[in-house]
Design a protein around this ligand. Structure first.
Ligand code: ADP
Ligand code: MG
Length: 639
C-alpha cells in the first residue's frame, strides 16, 4: 500500500535519515496526541501549499520562466477511499533535496523549545491552537497518517525527490522519476490511519476546507474519486479586495485564522481602502488571545505586504512595535513588484502607508473604547501592556495613546479607568495626575505614601508594569494636568481638605510640648540616619503609618531608580527622604522618650527599616535590624 511504484530502480539511492531530536519528540507528541481537533492538519497542509504558490509567484517576478506554461497557482486535493489516502498537491515553488531535508527533518524556528513546553503543559484541546502558531504545521499530518510521502520538484529543476516517513524517528529521501512527480511543486500523500478514514469523505473534506481555508488566496479543487473531474471548492479570490459590505463576519474570522495561524475570533477588524496620494488596501485584525511570543524581544509585527495581490514579505514592519499583536496585510499597487529589501526599508511610500495604517488602527481602537467599553476592556487586559510601550516609543502619538490607556487606580482594582475619567472626578483645585509606580499591585495598594491621598479622596494611578516607570516620567501633560509621583518630592496635600471620616483625628489638639518634642526628634533622626537619608521631615502623606520614604524633588522616581540600578545603569543611587507622621502615636511616644536615648536610637532605625520594607526593600543591615527588634521584644515581654 505504500510507495511501491517508486521503489524499484532507485533503491540504491535511498538515504535514511534520523529526525533531529526535537522533531522526534514533537512527532511523538503529535502521534500520541490527545487533541480532539485533528482537522487542523488539513489547514496546515493547505496553508503550506498556498505559501509555496505565493513564493513561486514572487520568484517568478525576477524569473518568469519558472512559471512555464502554467502560470495559474492551484491546489488540488485528491481523495482515495479505497486506498485510504488523502493527497494535497500544489504547483508552487517545490523543494529541492536539500530543502526537503532542511524543512521536513528539522525545526527551524527558535520557538520550538517553548512550543514543546507549552504543548506538554497544555490542556486537551489547547494543543491544536498552538500548532499553527509555532510553525510546526507540517508535522501535524502525523496526527492522522501512519505514513506521509512527499514528492517534490522545485520549479525550474530537472530533479524530483521523495521524502517518506512513518513519523517514528526516521525518514528516507530518494530521487524519483520526473514522470511520477508533479511538473512543479509538491504532492503530499497521507496514508491515513484507520481511525482517520473520514478524511476521504468528500463532504467532510469540503466542509473542513471551506471552514478553515476558505480564503487562502489560491483556488482549491477537490477530486473526490480517482477518474472523476475535480471541482473547485474555493475560488482563491483575495478577500481584502472585496467591498466591506460583501464580506460577512464569519468570512473575516476565517480569513483572520488563515492569516494568523491562531484559532480565536478577531476582537477587532479594520478593513479599509486608502485613496488619494497613496493607494492601498489594509486589512488588520486584533486577536482576542495573545500570541505566545508577545513579549519575545525579537518579535516583530506580523502584517504582510502584498503588491498587486502578490505576497512580498511579512517582514516589512508595517506597524510600530507596540502594535505587534495586529495581524493582517497591506496590498498596494504603488510599489513595483520587484521591490527589494532595501527599498522596503527606505521607501517613502511605505512610510506613508505605515503612518496611515497605524492611525487607522488607533482610531478604530478609540471607536471601540467609545462604543463598546466592555470589549475594549478585554482588549486592554490582553494587549494594554504592549500598547503602553508606544507611550515611550512613539513621541508623536503619546497624547493619543494616553487617551487609549486604562489604569488601575485607588478607585478601581481593574485596569478600567481612563485619564478622562480621572480628570472628570479630580478635585477642582487639583493640577496634577497623581501616580505611584511599583512592582506589583499588592505592594502599591499597601504603600503608606497613598494614605494622605486616600484620606482626601484623591485618586492615584497605580502603575505596576515595568514599562510604566519609563513613560510616565516623560509623559506630556494630559488635558492641562501634569503627571506627579506621590512618592517624589513634597506634597501639596495640605491644600486639600480631608474627607470626613478621618477629619476627627485633626481635631485632637497637639500640645506645644509635643510639637517641640517632634521638632527635636526630627533633628535627632536626621543626625542618626544621615548616612541613609537625605532629609527627615513631617508629612501630609501619611494617616495610618508612622513613616515612609519618598524621592527628592529632582532626580528619579524611586521605582525607576530601582529598575535602572537593577539593570546596572546607575552608578550611584540617590538618598531618599524619610517622612514621618507627626500625629502617629508611635512617633509621639518616641519623640517623648528623651530620657531613654538607647531606646530612641533603636526605634529611629527601626522606623527607617520599616519604611524600606513597605517599599519592597530589605532592611539596610538585616542583622542590626534583628537585634534591635529583639531588644524591643524583650522589653515588651518583661514589662
Ligand atoms: P511553517 O509553514 O510555519 O514554516 P511547516 O511545518 O508548516 O512550518 O512547514 C515547514 C517548512 O516546510 C515550510 O517553511 C516550507 O519551507 C516547507 N514546506 C512545507 N510544505 C511545503 C510545500 N507544499 N511546498 C514547499 N515547501 C513546503
Ligand atoms: Mg506551515
Amino acid at each position: 500500500m505504500t510507495t511501491e511504484t517508486t521503489e524499484k530502480p532507485q533503491d540504491a539511492h535511498q538515504e535514511a535519515h534520523v529526525f533531529e531530536a526535537d522533531v522526534a519528540r514533537l512527532l511523538h507528541m503529535m502521534v500520541h496526541s490527545v487533541y480532539s481537533d485533528k482537522d487542523v492538519f488539513l489547514r496546515e497542509l493547505v496553508s503550506n501549499a498556498a505559501d509555496a504558490c505565493e513564493k513561486l509567484r514572487y520568484e517568478a517576478i525576477a524569473e518568469p520562466a519558472l512559471l512555464g506554461d502554467a502560470p495559474q497557482s492551484r491546489i488540488l486535493l485528491t481523495l482515495n477511499e479505497e486506498a485510504q489516502q488523502l493527497i494535497v498537491e500544489d504547483n508552487g515553488i517545490g523543494m529541492s533535496k536539500a530543502e526537503l531535508i532542511e524543512a521536513l527533518g528539522t525545526i527551524a524556528r527558535s520557538g520550538t523549545r517553548a512550543f514543546m513546553e507549552r504543548i506538554e503543559a497544555a490542556k486537551a484541546g489547547e494543543g491544536a491552537q498552538l500548532i499553527g502558531q509555532f510553525g510546526v504545521g507540517f508535522y501535524s499530518s502525523f496526527m492522522v497518517a501512519e505514513r506521509v510521502d512527499v514528492v517534490s520538484r522545485r520549479a525550474g529543476s530537472h530533479e524530483a525527490w521523495l521524502w517518506s516517513s512513518d513519523g517514528k524517528g526516521s525518514y528516507s529521501v530518494r530521487p524519483v522519476d520526473l514522470a511520477e512527480a508533479p511538473a512543479r511543486g509538491t504532492r503530499i500523500t497521507l496514508h491515513l490511519m484507520q481511525e482517520a478514514k473520514n478524511y476521504t469523505s468528500r463532504f467532510e473534506v469540503e466542509r473542513i476546507v471551506k471552514q478553515q481555508s476558505g480564503h487562502v488566496p489560491v483556488p482549491i479543487r477537490l477530486l473526490s474519486k480517482p477518474g472523476e473531474e475535480p471541482v473547485e471548492i474555493t475560488d482563491g479570490s483575495a478577500l481584502w479586495t472585496k467591498a466591506k459590505s460583501d464580506v460577512s463576519k464569519e468570512d473575516y474570522a476565517d480569513f483572520y485564522r488563515s492569516v494568523s495561524g491562531q484559532y480565536d475570533e478577531p476582537a477587532l477588524t479594520v478593513h479599509f481602502k486608502a485613496e488619494g496620494r497613496h493607494e492601498y488596501t489594509a486589512l488588520g485584525f486584533v486577536p482576542s488571545l495573545p500570541p505566545f511570543d508577545l513579549f519575545d524581544p525579537d518579535r516583530k509585527g506580523r502584517m504582510k505586504l502584498y503588491v498587486k495581490r502578490v505576497f512580498i514579505t511579512d517582514d516589512a514592519e508595517l506597524l510600530p512595535r507596540y502594535l505587534r499583536f495586529v495581524r493582517g496585510l497591506v496590498d498596494t499597487a504603488d510599489l513595483p513588484l520587484n521591490v527589494s529589501r532595501e527599498m522596503i526599508q527606505e521607501s517613502p511610500i511605505l512610510a506613508a502607508i505605515r503612518k496611515g495604517v497605524t492611525n487607522r488602527i488607533l482610531t478604530s481602537l478609540e471607536k471601540q473604547a467609545e462604543n463598546d467599553a466592555e470589549a475594549y476592556r478585554r482588549f486592554w487586559d490582553t494587549f494594554g501592556a504592549v500598547l503602553k510601550e508606544g507611550l515611550y516609543d512613539d513621541y508623536e502619538r503619546r497624547g493619543q495613546l494616553l487617551g487609549l490607556s486604562r489604569f488601575r487606580t485607588t478607585a478601581s482594582d481593574e485596569a478600567s479607568r481612563s485619564l478622562a475619567d480621572y480628570i472628570k472626578d479630580a478635585k477642582p483645585e487639583q493640577t496634577a495626575i497623581y501616580y505611584l509606580t511599583g512592582s506589583s499591585l499588592e505592594q502599591l495598594k499597601a504603600s503608606p505614601q497613598l494614605e494622605g491621598f486616600r484620606a482626601r479622596g484623591i485618586e492615584v494611578l497605580l502603575l505596576s508594569d515595568p514599562i510604566d516607570s519609563f513613560w510616565v516620567t516623560s509623559a506630556p501633560d494630559f488635558e492641562g494636568k501634569s503627571f506627579k509621583s506621590v512618592s517624589q518630592g513634597a506634597t501639596d496635600l495640605a491644600q486639600f481638605p480631608k474627607t470626613e471620616t478621618t477629619a476627627q483625628e485633626e481635631d485632637e489638639q497637639v500640645s506645644a510640648d509635643t510639637k517641640a518634642d517632634i521638632a527635636a526628634f526630627i533633628a535627632y533622626a536626621k543626625e542618626k540616619l544621615k548616612e541613609e537619608v537625605d532629609d527627615v521631615r513631617s508629612s501630609d502623606r501619611l494617616t495610618e503609618s508612622a513613616a515612609c520614604l519618598v524621592a527628592g524633588e529632582s532626580g528619579y522616581d524611586r521605582q525607576l531608580e530601582k529598575l535602572l540600578a537593577g539593570a546596572g545603569q546607575l552608578k550611584a543611587t540617590s538618598k531618599p527622604v524619610l517622612e514621618i507622621n507627626a500625629e502617629h502615636p508611635l512617633i509621639k511616644a518616641v519623640a517623648g522618650a528623651k530620657s531613654n536615648p538607647a531606646l530612641q536610637d533603636d526605634v529611629v532605625h527601626l522606623i527607617y527599616d520599616q519604611a524600606r520594607i513597605l517599599d519592597g526593600d530589605k532592611p539596610t543591615e538585616p542583622r542590626a535590624f534583628a537585634e534591635r527588634l529583639g531588644r524591643l521584644f524583650e522589653k515588651a515581654l518583661k514589662a
